[in-house]
Ligand binder design. Sequence first.
Ligand SMILES: NC(=O)c1ccc[n+]([C@@H]2O[C@H](COP(=O)([O-])OP(=O)(O)OC[C@H]3O[C@@H](n4cnc5c(N)ncnc54)[C@H](O)[C@@H]3O)[C@@H](O)[C@H]2O)c1
Ligand SMILES: [Zn+2]
Length: 360
Amino acid sequence: MSTIQVKTVSAEYPVHVGSGLLANLYEKLPKQRRFFVLTSPEIWGLWSKQFLASFPKDERPMTLFLPPGERHKRLTQVERLAAELSSVGADRSSLLIAFGGGIVGDLGGFLAAIYMRGIDYVQVPSTLLAQVDSSVGGKTGVNLVTGKNLIGSFHHPLAVYADIDLLQTLPDRELRAGLFESIKAGIIRDAELFEFMERNTGAILRRETEALEHVIGASIRMKADVVGMDERESGLRMILNFGHTLGHAIEAVTGYRRLLHGEAVGWGMIGALYLAQTRRTVSAEEAIRMNRLIHVMEALPRFKTSAEKLVEAAGHDKKNRTGVRRFILPAGIGNAKVVEDVTDAELLEAANWVLESARI
Ligand SMILES: NC(=O)c1ccc[n+]([C@@H]2O[C@H](COP(=O)([O-])OP(=O)(O)OC[C@H]3O[C@@H](n4cnc5c(N)ncnc54)[C@H](O)[C@@H]3O)[C@@H](O)[C@H]2O)c1
Ligand SMILES: [Zn+2]
């Protein structure tokens, strides 16, 4: 097991990564609290026995359920769950455990942020994406009809327990989608992680514990490091959006149905790499290696749209509301920079490149 300490201006907490963490979960939690666990029915069906194994019978958490799917990451669910908490007498000292993927983590964290003006919570992320990305950094929230994550707050957990064993039941496609965020981590800030993923692709895809632990640990370390320096995304944290300008646009124009988030980011990185190559911020050899690693992880799902629609959707990305398009360009492997002068024409070219590769 390894532990990574997240240190930001407003919080400090450990992220534990390893196998068998659920077996000792209770011992790690603060005592004299009432525990509530927020999860989804399918995750609870698979893992409740292991999850509860360490809890004494009379201290078992009460279970709250969120139906699976992005469409349930909404305020109505937050209100329903808050009412449920209140009806059973949850108070300010209660502790919420968010046990699930990024959706449970984001909504659970937000519920904890606003229930009685804020209660403590811990994250037990059960998808690769949640382990390497969403459970760390304190961003919580829900969607509006007009866009994703438009309501939310910063609320850090007391601790994160990323148990790698949970990934054994994760569908292949979800595992691979999470890996794109780790490739991103390698490209923007950790050349060693990138090289590890190049050398150990087979072991990672076979879900070998050691390989996964390395990738997850390094990805979290990278995010913890960046968030520690720029919690509120006023500068450096923006590099975490590498691949996300076009990625978000692809998700939006395909109605958030055809591709998983990580897959859209995979395509987005391919577009951004094209741009980086034309601007010569990466060499041809580096671009080949980065593209190869992206493609080797998965035959990305194809999709159809027009480049104009993608550029238009990229304009609506909430990160660009100031009117300035901030775009993250890799500068070699393990390094990235934020640029503000990417033109519509350049973005159109990158979008065309993506679409040529993605056409059904
Ligand atoms: N807060 C942040 O910084 C941040 C960062 C990135 C993404 N996100 C958010 O994360 C969400 C996506 O998270 P996700 O990719 O984890 O999706 P998800 O929460 O929908 O989980 C994916 C699917 O896997 C299932 N599942 C979860 N754990 C499982 C397990 N161990 N075994 C079998 N099935 C399991 C879930 O029920 C679900 O069907 C999005 O809403 C996104 O906005 C937040
Ligand atoms: Zn992402």
